[in-house]
Design a binder for this molecule. Structure first.
Ligand code: BJW
Length: 248
């Protein structure tokens, strides 16, 4: 595992505007499966059959069964050291934004408040007719596919599938935070899904220093000032420790 460079600790201490982008890898140590890689969901399940609007139109029951299964898997899981470390960062900086691609809600469970969810949230449902969004944390869902209690139309998971636009507000905030930060941390994402994958590049081209935390190289590695190779939870624990040590 990488050592934490002193220059990085100094940059974290000096920064005033910090933006963090997270992906599935940040939740891996909590037990949430990632999408890509050896054990990833896309090895067993086809994104075309489960994570597109066309798939939902063709077979809403199949899509809902998959989401219901994932909700059951995620429900008992707890935030790990990476979620907790990231939550502490928002206290540290006057300008801070956490941008997550994750839909699992674990950042919120860890205490993060200044965050935007680019790909939605698995604990919310949306009416396909009215567009209304509601929280629904029941596991398992009593009826599959679930129907809107007001109009009877089909409900869908409030997540962003391939080919769908990202929520305008969330994307706008994310772009602004990428353009205006001096330190941009990228944690646990393969950085292949756009437009999220463009955010580190935007930050770097606007003068931010980029830090990557990932056990593997990614398309972000060539533009990262620091690449910390290892698991997010373990690296974040060491970062927290190093920050404490240099403080005292
Ligand atoms: C660890 C670890 C540990 C392991 N610690 N790390 C430009 C170029 C090319 C294509 C496009 C483009 N613009 C748009 C596209 C198309 C498409 C896209 O990007 N396709 C590419 C795959 C080629 N994008 C879209 O369709 C997006 N929509 C869009 O652009 O709309 C435009 C539009 C405008 C106007 C009208 C209409 C349309 C939408 C993308 C939606 C993505 N949805 C999903 C599913 C969400 C719901 C669900 O969960 O069911 O989001 S797909 C999936 O990928 C999920 C994730 O958020 C996303 C990113 O994955 P992530 O988080 O990076 O996970 P992994 O598994 O890929 O990587 C895990 C990483 O963790 C790895 O690097 C590991 O090494 C690491 N790791 N253990 C730290 N312990």
């Amino acid at each position: 595992m990488s050592n934490i460079p002193k220059s990085l600790i100094e940059a974290i201490r000096q920064a005033e505007r910090v933006t963090v982008l997270t992906g599935a890898g940040v939740s891996a140590e909590s037990g949430v499966p990632t999408f890509r890689g050896k054990e990833g969901l896309w090895k067993k399940y086809s994104p075309q059959e489960l994570a597109t609007p066309q798939a939902f139109a063709q077979d809403p029951r199949l899509v809902w069964e998959w989401y219901d299964w994932r909700r059951g898997l995620i429900a008992p899981l707890k935030p790990n050291a990476a979620h907790k470390f990231i939550a502490t960062l928002e206290e540290r900086y006057p300008h801070f934004l956490l941008i997550t691609q994750n839909i699992d809600g674990l950042h919120q469970k860890a205490g993060s408040k200044k965050l935007v969810e680019l790909h939605g949230n698995i604990w919310k449902v949306r009416c396909t007719k009215e567009g209304t969004v509601e929280e629904d944390k029941r596991v398992p869902l009593p009826q599959i596919p679930p129907l809107c209690s007001r109009c009877g139309a089909l409900l869908r998971p409030h997540v962003v599938w391939f080919g769908e636009p990202l929520p305008t507000d969330a994307l706008h905030q994310a772009m602004e935070a990428a353009e205006n930060c001096d330190l941009f941390l990228v944690v646990g994402t393969s950085a292949v899904v756009y437009p999220a994958a463009s955010l580190p590049q935007i930050a770097q081209s606007h003068g931010a220093q980029v830090v990557e935390i990932n056990p593997e190289e990614t398309p972000i590695t060539p533009i990262a000032h620091w690449s910390l190779r290892g698991k997010a939870g373990e690296i974040c624990q060491r970062l927290a420790q190093a920050l404490q040590d240099t403080h005292s």
